[in-house]
Design a protein around this ligand. Structure first.
Ligand code: NAX
Length: 328
């Protein structure tokens, strides 16, 4: 029998946690051959709600599920973890300054990084979803000196999928014919959804679209502000689509990207494209052999360069702020 993979979801009682947990337990994260031990980490006040989620998961009688544990103890949650999905975070509330937000999240992601460092399996893979996702991943990685840096990632796959969806709606192309889209920088409104290397059925997407005003005035802001539009429409932030993107991110990490295509993920920069080494920034990435690799050698035109630099400048500011606060 195969040893179950330990998958830990933080914020297991939250909206995204609720959408994620069932998909993980049903085998959609690691495939139909890998049994799963699911752990839900919550703050003490939300442990009863997480226990309710665990009851519902039990009630699905998923054949691949080895069991569900609920805990508010990070050490227990990350002991032997293979895949850590860090979803729970402190949201920005009214009147909260950025320093307060970063401090509150440093208090979450620092200790979680340390618990991963202490107890995770040697092949652990970490995806940070909770915002500010890039900087939370930076903080967690800084507290896990024994874990290779390339195991820490943050999620921009939802932004990537949103960009694919906008392009398919505009052009009528099939999703499978759209390739080489990229999200650069921070998972925030400064992100740069980049069509300059994208192709549709092998043709440059910019030739198919043939409308620079649409690209700059509609496509880019629609993708970058989609989260706010969902909140406006639904009265709640993206949940099932975020969970779906988290599943995609991990599946691609494990299974690889198709030949000739890439995806987007925020990974620890090696200095590529002038992004300071160590920052967790989104890039076009390929996956193979269980590792994400930044796509090398792409040409950035002047507009792209400016947009990437602006988003990376925001990441640098966040890094300086968490350093000044003593969070790393
Ligand atoms: P919810 O508020 O519904 O759930 C968050 C859960 O996390 C709560 O149950 C809370 O008790 C728990 N939590 C808080 N601190 C914790 C801690 N220290 N340990 C364990 N659990 C803790 O938020 P939800 O809608 O699920 O969103 C979760 C996070 O994802 C937010 O930070 C949100 O901003 C972020 N998002 C990131 C996206 C991305 O693309 N990277 C997109 C979707 C989403 O907005």
């Amino acid at each position: 029998s195969v040893t179950p993979a330990v998958v830990t979801v933080t914020g297991g009682a939250g909206q995204i946690g609720y959408a994620l947990a069932f998909r993980i337990a049903s085998g959609q994260l690691l495939g139909p051959d890998r049994p799963v031990r699911l752990r839900l980490l919550e703050i003490p006040a939300a442990v009863p709600a997480a226990a309710g989620v665990a009851m519902e998961i039990d009630d699905c009688a998923f054949p691949l599920l080895d069991g569900v544990d609920v805990t508010s103890d990070a050490t227990a949650a990350f002991d032997g973890v293979d895949v850590a999905l860090l979803v729970g975070a402190r949201p920005r509330t009214k009147g909260m300054e950025r320093g307060d937000l970063l401090s509150a999240n440093g208090g979450i992601f620092g200790p979680q990084g340390a618990a991963i460092n202490a107890g995770a399996s040697s092949d652990v893979r970490v995806l940070v979803v909770g915002n500010p996702a890039n900087t939370n991943a930076y903080i967690a990685a800084a507290h896990a000196p024994d874990v290779p840096k390339d195991r820490f990632t943050a999620m921009t796959r939802l932004d990537h999928n949103r960009a694919v969806a906008q392009l398919r709606q505009r052009t009528g192309a099939a999703v499978d014919d759209i390739a080489r889209l990229a999200i650069w920088g921070n998972h925030s409104a400064t992100q740069y959804p980049d069509l300059t290397h994208a192709t549709i059925g092998g043709r440059p997407a910019l030739d198919v679209v043939d409308d620079e005003a649409w690209v700059r005035g509609t496509f880019i802001p629609t993708v970058a502000k989609r989260g706010a539009a969902i909140i406006e429409a639904r009265g709640a932030s993206s949940a099932a689509s975020a969970a779906n993107a988290a599943i995609d991110h991990v599946r691609t990490w494990v299974d690889g990207t198709p030949a000739g295509d890439w995806t987007s993920a925020a990974v620890v920069s090696d200095g590529s494209y002038g992004v300071p080494e160590g920052l967790v920034s989104s890039f076009p990435v390929t996956a193979s052999g269980g590792a994400y690799t930044i796509v090398p050698g792409l040409e950035l035109d002047a507009f792209s360069r400016e947009r990437v630099d602006a988003s990376v400048a925001e990441l640098v500011e966040e890094r300086e702020a968490v350093r000044a606060l003593g969070l790393v």
